[in-house]
Structures are given as C-alpha cells and as structure tokens.
Design a protein around this ligand. Structure first.
Ligand code: ZN
Length: 319
C-alpha cells in the first residue's frame, strides 16, 4: 500500500514537472518566434532621409522656332564665302559674305561681289527653306494645327541643300510651334510655362486639341538666348512647381482619417499628419502639420518610413 502511494505521488510530480517544462518550452519558442519576426520586420522596414526641395511637372516637346528672318539674295551658281562668323550680330551696311560668280569662261572665279546687311541682325548660314512657312505674322491668323500641317508639307518636299545667308531679328522674342501626342490643361492666352532651369517664360498663345493630340504656339516673354537661333529645340516646359520635403509617395499613409507619414525619432516611428503640396510620378512634396504642443519632427535630414504598412505609431524601428 505504502509503495503504491509513493508511486502515485511520483507519477503526479512527473506530470506536473512535464507540464511546467512544456510551458517553459512553449514560451521560449513563442518569444523566439516573436524576436525573429521583429528582426525580420525591422530589416524589411525601409527608412530614408528626406530633404526640402521642389518637384516639377515637366512636358517635353520638340519645338520649331518662328522668328523674323530675312534671306539675302545669292545668285544661282554663285559660291558664298562667309566674312562674318555664324551667329554674329551685324550693323546695317556691314559686309557679311563675298560671292564668287560662276566660272563660265573657264577662268578662275573672282570674289567680285559682296553681300551687305540691309538691316541689323544676327548672321545665320542655315537657310532651311522654312523661312516662308514659319512666319511670325501667321501667328495671329493661322491655327497651330494648320501651321503644323504646312510645316510637315514643306518638310516632305525633297530639296537640295541651299547655300545662303540670312539675318535673324534677335531683338524680338521668338515664338515656338509644337505638337504633343497628348492633351494638356493649358489655356490659350493664360498659361505661362517656364523653361526648366532657366528664367525664360513662355506664354501659351494659341492651342488646339483634337483626338488626343495638341498643337501649340508659344511666345517667349523674355530673352531665350541660343534657342532663337536654332530652328528645332527640345524644350522642357515646366507646368507647375511643388515645394516641400521630398518623400517617396509610398511613405504616405492614412491613420484615423488623417494623411501622414511615420517620422523616425530616436529609433521610434511617430505618425505625423502632413499636407501634400503635390505629387509628380513616384515622389511627393509634403509639409508636416505639427500637432499642438508638439515640436515638428519633419525637418531637413529627418528619416521617414517608406514602408508604412509595417509600422504602427510609437513602434521601435531597429536598423
Ligand atoms: Zn544659323
């Protein structure tokens, strides 16, 4: 009997010890999994520094220059030798080039004629046959799509290269004709575009949109420099500029009906509401709406969480 009792007691002790060990084991396992999971999440949480800057909405377009230009007559068969370099501004009466007339008699030609500037202007030897198509006086009377059509017709003609010289009026600001394979929300007579990285402003003078295409005539409101000399320019037109702290748009999230992001301060992620000034592509320009009685966290060099789905307010984010 006594022996049996002892055995029973030992058995109970054994069961109890087993349960305790099992519980310890289970909790160790649980904490271990949690620890590993946290470490994995911390490694996946993407944190990036931000800076104040600007985002620009840019439309790229090939533009054809419309400017006042005067071709100087060069007789057929004559050879032209420049006296004044390309791009130089000349006064009225200045000698621009010399002409060598044809060698009909077999003798060596003589530089027997001079080309004189009939008016002041910028010397250009790039006679391209478009001088009679891209006329400044047409801007007020012709629609941009019609002008574009006329240009395409002229470009489609096969013509031998012309040797010649012309004078560009570089005191008057030029205009530009362009075609876009998209629609824009510009308004004729109202929208002013900026050239990227420059102080030049361009007014949308005329605009025509049809079937997803757009034709535009822009007039320069100030100096455009070398753009006026080139017939074709690739223009980077800035429609709008947004300023703010530049963050990947993926950093933006919503909590409690408020748009914001997580700013990391001393390894802790804090949710802060922000005002989105604008978004271009993958980037957004934002400013913090600092909560009352709290110092703003979003400043130069501040770090934000780019994977907000993995973070909650006040969470420690290890790196
Ligand atoms: Zn030229």
């Amino acid at each position: 009997m006594n022996k049996q009792k002892r055995r029973k007691k030992e058995y109970r002790l054994f069961v109890l010890a087993s349960i305790v060990l099992l519980l310890i084991g289970a909790s160790v396992l649980w904490w271990g999994i949690r620890f590993m999971a946290n470490r994995i999440v911390a490694r996946v949480i993407d944190i990036q520094p931000v800076q104040w800057g600007k985002l620009e909405e840019v439309e790229q377009a090939e533009a054809w220059t419309i400017r006042r230009e005067k071709i100087l007559p060069v007789p057929a068969g004559a050879k032209l030798e420049p006296v004044v370099p390309e791009g130089q501004r000349v006064r009225r009466g200045e000698v621009i080039a010399r002409l060598q007339q044809g060698q009909l008699d077999g003798a060596a030609g003589r530089w027997d004629e001079r080309v004189v500037a009939p008016e002041p202007g910028q010397v250009c030897y790039h006679v391209d046959g478009l001088e009679s198509v891209l006329l400044p006086e047409l801007i007020d009377t012709v629609e941009p799509d019609q002008l574009w059509q006329a240009l395409q017709q002229e470009l489609g003609k096969e013509k031998p290269p012309v040797q010649g010289v012309k004078l560009l009026d570089n005191l008057q600001n030029p205009a530009f004709l362009l075609h876009l394979n998209s629609t824009v929300h510009w308004q004729a007579g109202k929208t002013v575009l900026k050239l990227r990285g420059k102080d030049t402003s361009l007014l949308v003078k005329k605009l025509k949109q049809r079937g997803g295409e757009t034709w535009v005539i822009l007039t320069a409101l100030n100096e455009v420099g070398d753009l006026a000399h080139e017939r074709r320019n690739n223009l980077e037109l800035v429609e709008r500029t947004y300023r703010g702290y530049l963050v990947p748009a993926s950093a933006l999230t919503e909590t409690g009906g408020k748009k914001g992001l997580y700013v990391v301060y001393k390894e802790i992620a804090y949710f802060r509401p922000v005002k989105v000034n604008g978004q271009v592509g993958e980037m957004a320009a934002v400013e913090e709406i600092a909560p009352e009685n709290k110092a703003p966290l979003l400043g130069p060099g501040a770090r934000v969480v780019v994977t907000p789905a993995l973070v909650t307010d006040g969470q420690r984010v290890m790196r």
